[in-house]
Design a protein around this ligand. Structure first.
Ligand SMILES: Nc1ncnc2c1ncn2[C@@H]1O[C@H](COP(=O)(O)OP(=O)(O)OP(=O)(O)O)[C@@H](O)[C@H]1O
Ligand SMILES: [Mg+2]
Length: 358
């Protein structure tokens, strides 16, 4: 069990010993000799903290409380030279996981750490399951709503499109000088109708995903095609788009749906990169998995948005529907794969699609 452990203690020999033992067991260890340093090193990282009760700049119990505020998922084990009823009661109030009296035997200490760790891990699994259940429920509800609404909108939209064609035909029969001022607004309306049709198609696909038709798909060939298809779009935006797909061999997949995934990710990357930016598509293969990275040189994804990216209708774009990523996520999951978010070597975001090769 590899864990992230923080030792907060000002006795350098004790820290060095403990660190060696814990690192030998495969754990990652950070150390701090003051409350302030402890809080700084714990942020976004710690799973279990071993905290001395007496620290040069404060009290271990108070530090435990602040650590729990900062990282609610972590557990704190307090170490003390002399136990008293008051300090034990304060430790319980601070939400401390356990309380050890120094010098304590190494096996006892390790047993306490691994128990705390198991607790941390089972709590975070529980939270992840609850989050997934909540998301699935929301998706199902949104799906049903969207499907109903999309059908309702589609009929009048079709009718409007047909009437527009009739109107266009009549205008074209008019004198040339009269045509131009009438055709211009008609073209604008036609574009808007196309845009609505596009959004509706996305909505419906999201609400009622098409079943997969699995065939051997050469992902490298697919990516070359996607790059060719998107090159005009890239040029229009002043973005350099490149694709370095090594021969990936074939994976079982639905070519049309996978193409849509890579188009969605590439379009997002082009948006993020902006004029003068870069987007790079690349692949790597391992024995079981195929990885496709879509990297951009944009600003990256704000940490506060990470959790919301795959939520339906989450968008930061004036013209976005916020369905590109949820649809892509659905398709990749149906393939037994996943989409991971990382930092791109180009400075912006990396969206990595991981697909099983068999
Ligand atoms: N490469 C990226 N870099 C930074 N932010 C991104 C990137 N890709 C997606 N995002 C963020 O995630 C949001 C959701 O993306 P998603 O593709 O689902 O919808 P969208 O692009 O806004 O609209 P559309 O439905 O037209 O795709 C975007 O609005 C954007 O804020
Ligand atoms: Mg998008």
């Amino acid at each position: 069990m590899n864990a992230r452990l923080l030792i907060v203690e000002d006795n350098a020999d004790f820290v060095a010993n403990l660190r060696e033992i814990l690192e030998d067991l495969g754990h990652q260890v950070r150390t701090a000799s003051s409350c302030e340093a402890a809080l700084e090193r714990a942020r976004g990282w710690v799973q279990v903290a071993l905290v001395d009760l007496r620290l040069p700049d404060g009290d271990g119990t108070l530090l435990a409380e602040r650590l729990k505020e900062l990282e609610p998922d972590c557990e704190v084990v307090l170490l003390t030279g002399h136990a008293s009823v008051e300090s034990a009661a304060a430790a319980v109030r601070a939400g401390v996981w356990d309380y050890l009296i120094k010098p304590c035997a190494t096996p006892d200490l390790l047993a306490t750490v691994s128990k705390a760790l198991r607790h941390v891990q089972s709590q975070s699994e529980k939270r992840e399951l609850a989050r997934r259940a909540q998301r699935a429920e929301k998706l199902a509800m949104v799906g049903t709503l969207t499907a109903g609404l999309s059908h309702e909108i589609r009929n009048p939209l079709n009718a409007a499109g047909l009437q527009l064609t009739v109107l266009e035909r009549r205008v074209r029969k008019l004198e040339a000088s009269l045509q131009q001022p009438l055709l211009e607004p008609l073209t604008l309306v036609r574009d808007e109708i196309r845009r609505l049709e596009h959004i509706l198609r996305d909505f419906l696909q999201f609400a009622r995903p098409a079943p997969l038709t699995l065939n051997p798909v050469s992902v490298s060939e697919l990516l070359s095609r996607v790059t060719a298809l998107m090159s005009q779009e890239a040029e229009k935006r002043g973005v350099t788009l490149s694709c370095e797909a090594t021969d990936t061999g074939a994976v079982p997949g639905d070519g049309d749906q996978l193409r849509q995934v890579f188009m969605n990710l590439t379009l997002n990357a082009l948006d993020a990169a902006g004029p003068g930016g870069r987007v790079a598509i690349s692949t790597t293969v391992s024995s079981e998995w195929l990885h496709v990275c879509v990297d951009d040189s944009g600003k990256g994804v704000d940490p506060s948005m990470r959790d919301r990216l795959f939520e339906p209708f989450f968008t930061t774009k004036a013209q976005g529907s916020g369905l590109g990523l949820p649809i892509s996520h659905g398709i990749v999951s149906q393939h037994g794969g996943r989409i991971e978010l990382g930092r791109a070597p180009l400075g912006g975001a990396r969206f990595e699609v991981v697909l099983p090769r068999r």
